[in-house]
Design a protein. Structure first.
Length: 345
């Protein structure tokens, strides 16, 4: 068995269902990425523009990078397409249903693979990355044969749909490369585009993040534009709509990682309890999860908007409590929600 085959087997044993290898090259879509930034579709994610030159080649992530081991880990759970929650509760994106932040779990799985490469090629270097490095993961995943980029801009695999995290191990060693995935299996389907409540796709395969519910509830630190608040519906953290309506996700298998299993504390999320938590209680519940990214102010801002959208008088006392919050964005969102409830919509 050659080394690349052994490495792939080790990756699958580590829990990565999708495994492929590609060369470290300038990504074919780099100019589209720069155009996307120029159009302002990245919104307040200034780190993308700040690191834009680094996306031009993987060698900016690892010196003299020659190969990328591209990986996908399934996070699909039984509640990925669950029905709307009852009043007072909010929806949480599937990737945040579990007990851990996927960055931490995946990084721990990448380290042994990187060490395996370095042990086989004395003097070589390898680095595992997930999300945080300036790397166009979808481009390289397609180049490694893992799937194609759907109209919702996510990578789709024929067996696993799009319910998976992408990760990579970069190395300056040369591995055996896979054939790129060159077929688009979306056909004439536009379910993801048609069902987006905020119309965040100006055209297929182009996302205007400033209109995306995931961006608005996670990446945006300031107040959410009033014109988009109604469209958030029940989503308090992230959004899965474009994935849940995709035909390729109808029969995708469930995750084998117990850490990604839905937790009763989060699925659905009790919005009233958030306003009554101490800082320590909030930290204890969310510190190890993806929801910690938005911190208390972001989650309470989102919760207030969802309660406003649900328009239940039973939420008034909670929102009145939020009007005294030390964070301006929380107070403003609570004022908006109370006005919405009082006006009946």
């Amino acid at each position: 068995m050659d080394f690349t085959t052994e490495l792939k087997a080790a990756a699958r044993t580590a829990g990565f269902e999708l495994v492929g290898v590609c060369p470290a090259v300038t990504p074919a879509g780099i100019h589209r990425f720069y155009e996307w930034l120029a159009l302002g579709y990245g919104g307040a994610m200034e780190y993308l523009a700040r690191r834009a030159p680094a996306y031009a080649h993987p060698q900016h992530v690892l010196d003299n990078a020659r190969s990328l081991l591209m990986l996908g880990m399934n996070y699909h759970t039984p509640l990925s397409t669950s029905a709307a929650p009852q009043s007072g509760y909010g929806r949480v994106s599937t990737y945040a249903h579990g007990t851990v932040d996927y960055h931490d779990l995946i990084h721990a799985r990448l380290k042994p693979l990187a060490r395996m490469i370095e042990a086989n090629f004395p003097g070589s270097h390898a680095r595992g990355v997930v999300d945080s490095a300036p790397l166009l993961e979808r481009e390289f995943a397609q180049l490694a044969g893992l799937g194609w980029v759907g109209k919702h801009t996510l990578l789709i695999n024929r067996q696993y749909g799009s319910w998976f995290f992408l990760a990579a191990v970069l190395t300056d060693a040369e591995l055996a490369y896979d054939k790129p995935f060159e077929t688009d299996h979306c056909g004439t389907c536009t379910a993801c585009l048609d069902n987006c409540p905020t119309q965040a796709f100006p055209q297929p395969m182009v996302l205007d993040a400033t209109r995306c519910i995931s961006y608005l509830t996670i990446e945006l630190r300031e107040s959410i534009p009033e014109s988009l608040r109604n469209d958030l519906g029940d989503w308090v953290f992230g959004c899965d709509i474009c994935q849940s309506v995709c035909p390729w996700n109808r029969k995708s298998p469930l995750t084998q990682q117990p850490e990604f299993a839905p937790q009763s504390d989060f699925v659905p999320l009790d919005l009233h309890s958030l306003f009554r938590m101490s800082d320590e209680q909030f930290r204890r519940l969310f510190r190890q999860t993806p929801m910690w990214r938005v911190k208390r102010r972001g989650l309470l801002r989102n919760a207030a908007i969802v309660l406003g959208n649900q328009r239940q008088e039973s939420s008034i006392s909670t929102l009145e409590l939020g009007r005294a919050d030390p964070e301006p964005v929380v107070r403003e969102a609570c004022d908006w929600a109370l006005t919405k409830i009082a006006s009946g919509g």
